[in-house]
Design a protein around this ligand. Structure first.
Ligand code: FE2
Length: 299
């Protein structure tokens, strides 16, 4: 199935009509599927480097991968039945989480740290530019997000879904992302599915070199569900391994997520109490294990 494709260069265009029609396209995508693909975003070369890192990291021996610690919800999480350290919980996929600072120190990561940091800073800038373009659609000042995202809380996840041995069609649980906005780089291997209202689960096939952009629960909450955070899942690949790199982008921890008043109407009364972004994320992240992979959504 096709989801909307937004051209980042058009969004940045000085030509008002082109820019506005692209903003309208993005706004419609946010208001229905909560997903779109972004092309001409300028991060294509950075993404290529990140996938190099991905395959070189996940090809390493299990003991080397587990030499990257898991602490404060950053670091490496193995596939359950391959784990040497059985305390680390996962599913049928393995992943490595890296924040914006030195939450996890490892020589294995250092080799590609410049490339990782480059993508992260450009990724935050792209996300902020997208949000800025949406401001007049949701009735807030153009700089509404700027001051709220100058010390963002971000997590970059390198994910490896091994070729399925038939043990599980969906290695990780279906879920919504809990943060603000996610930029997802995929390696072209199919598998991503999103749940569309009145349609059910549909497979997404992003254009080559695009980023999949999806909104998280925090932005849905901020906009009183005028924008959607949509359940998604990944089908296990049959022929080859699949790598993907979601970059979860969130506001400064002290940002108060308080329903944007223009998103409240008689037909859409305010549904949410204010909460700080830090407390909201902590409530969603803290627990026995990473809820990202455990959240069940009803079919
Ligand atoms: Fe996700």
């Amino acid at each position: 199935m096709e989801i909307r494709t937004v051209n980042y260069q058009y969004l940045q265009s000085n030509h008002t009509a082109s820019r506005n029609s692209e903003i309208e396209l993005m706004h419609l995508a946010c208001a229905d599927s909560g997903f779109f693909t972004l092309i001409d975003h300028g991060l294509e070369e950075d993404v290529e480097k990140l996938f190099e890192f991905c395959s070189s990291f996940f090809d390493r021996a299990q003991s080397e991968k587990e030499s990257v610690p898991r602490s404060d919800r950053y670091g490496y999480v193995p596939i359950t039945n391959r784990a040497i350290d059985r305390e680390r919980k996962s599913g049928n996929a393995e992943f490595l989480d890296i924040g914006l600072s030195d939450e996890v120190k490892s020589a294995v990561i250092d080799e590609y740290l410049n490339e990782i940091r480059s993508f992260q800073s450009k990724g935050v800038a792209v996300a902020l530019a997208l949000l800025r373009q949406l401001t007049h659609k949701i009735g807030v000042a153009e700089n509404f997000f700027d001051q709220k995202m100058n010390d963002p809380q971000c997590r970059m996840r390198f994910l490896h879904y091994p070729r399925s041995s038939g043990s599980s069609d969906y290695p990780l649980k279906a879920h919504t992302d809990y943060g603000l906005i996610t930029l997802l780089a995929t390696d072209g291997t199919p598998g991503l599915e999103i749940r569309q209202k009145d349609v059910g689960w549909v497979a997404i096939d992003p254009p080559e070199q695009s980023l999949v952009v999806n909104l998280g629960d925090m932005l849905a909450r901020w906009t009183n569900d005028r924008y959607n955070s949509t359940p998604h899942r990944v089908r296990a690949p049959k022929e080859v391994s699949r790598y993907s790199i979601p970059f979860f982008i969130n506001p400064n921890p002290d940002t108060v997520i308080e329903t944007i008043q223009t998103c409240v109407t008689e037909r859409r009364p305010n549904m949410y109490d204010p909460v700080t972004a830090g407390n909201y994320l902590a409530a969603r992240i803290d627990g026995d294990a990473e809820p990202y992979i455990r959240t069940e959504v009803p079919d």
